[in-house]
Design a binder for this molecule. Structure first.
Ligand SMILES: Nc1ncnc2c1ncn2[C@@H]1O[C@H](COP(=O)(O)OP(=O)(O)OP(=O)(O)O)[C@@H](O)[C@H]1O
Length: 310
């Protein structure tokens, strides 16, 4: 069983009378990629800023690799951060930049340089090590930022919207990198995003925030199955001359809503679809096919935040 790398207990932050984060609790393990998901203003960045010791919590506490939040300097030695909008010294090369940060963490000149070379290789920037950062694309700068977050070999890495503003290829590269960091190094990655498919692709667990509160947390599979059990849709294909009969029968089943497009009848029910299908068969309608939708995390998220996502 992997060890606990991050534990937040009732973490809260108020700005004046505004509650940005409200009693957030969760646990993350070594090698886990945990997605912080939520609409604008949900409290994702504030949560990351507290966990990375930039902002003191108003209430609650947390620990990183067993180090309590009352020791922020020791926590900073064990974490890496890619902030939402990271700035870079454009005149430096990638190699100089990472070497400098290695030195800040107390590495010798030679160790810092070796670490920088290794990390540049890991993030796919080996061939641009000697180029000035000003010549890097946005995706390359994000990868450099991730390399910087790994300089001190952290237990936990926080990535605040790492794919924001990247094209699909750039997004894919970052997500592959996130996966590699968690798998190869056993690092815990906390990744905040608005982009739902991103969580489905790369995260093992998810924390959905809305208005500062945790709406739901758990593995991606658990969160989607919670939603799946509460609402299900299926697509019924029948011969064209039986579509009207099928939809009439289905409209008579309690709790079922029906939409018809050509010869496909889409059935949605909060009580499962067995009763709807039985009613159609009892009415001797010929069923050519019946396909139940898989519920995606995006459906769960949209249902839970009532559409509050861009
Ligand atoms: N320094 C601050 N002073 C006052 N209010 C703040 C401050 N920082 C954040 N807030 C408020 O806290 C709430 C949560 O903001 P936060 O930036 O954490 O959300 P978010 O989920 O990261 O949003 P986004 O996806 O837009 O980045 C918002 O209502 C925001 O206006």
């Amino acid at each position: 069983m992997p060890g606990v790398s991050l534990e937040a207990r009732e973490l809260s932050k108020w700005f004046g009378s505004r509650t940005a984060v409200d009693s957030v609790s969760f646990t993350a393990h070594d090698g886990e990629v945990i997605g912080l998901l939520g609409p604008n203003g949900a409290g994702k960045t504030t949560t990351i800023r507290m966990l990375s010791t930039v902002l003191p919590p108003t209430g609650g506490d947390f620990s990183v690799a067993g180090v309590p939040s009352s020791r922020p300097a020791d926590i900073r030695a064990r974490i890496g951060v890619l902030p939402e909008s990271a700035g870079y010294p454009m005149h430096q090369t990638g190699l100089e930049y990472l070497t400098y940060h290695g030195r800040l963490f107390g590495l010798s000149r030679e160790d810092a340089r070796q670490t920088a070379v290794r990390l540049l290789g890991q993030v796919g920037l080996a061939d641009r090590a000697q180029s000035r950062i000003s010549t890097y694309s946005r995706g390359m700068r994000q990868r450099l930022g991730i390399a910087r977050a790994l300089v001190n070999n952290p237990s936990v890495v926080f990535l605040d919207e790492p794919t924001l503003g990247l094209d699909p290829a750039g997004q894919r590269e970052i997500l592959a990198l996130v996966r590699a960091i968690a798998e190869a190094r056993g690092t815990t990655v906390v990744l905040s995003t608005h982009t739902l498919p991103e969580v489905e692709q790369v995260c093992s667990s998810v924390l959905i925030l809305d208005k500062g509160r945790v709406l739901v947390s758990g593995s991606v599979a658990e969160v989607t199955s919670t939603e799946a059990s509460s609402r299900q849709s299926g697509h019924l294909r029948v011969p064209p001359d039986q579509v009207a009969r099928a939809s009439e029968v289905l409209r008579g089943v309690p709790g079922v809503s029906v939409e018809v497009a050509k010869d496909v009848v889409t059935v949605t029910s909060s009580d499962g679809l067995n009763e709807a299908l039985s009613a159609v068969l009892d009415a001797r309608v010929t069923v050519l096919s019946f396909e139940v939708d898989g519920v995606r995390l995006s459906d769960a998220f949209l249902a839970m935040t009532r559409g509050g996502v861009s």
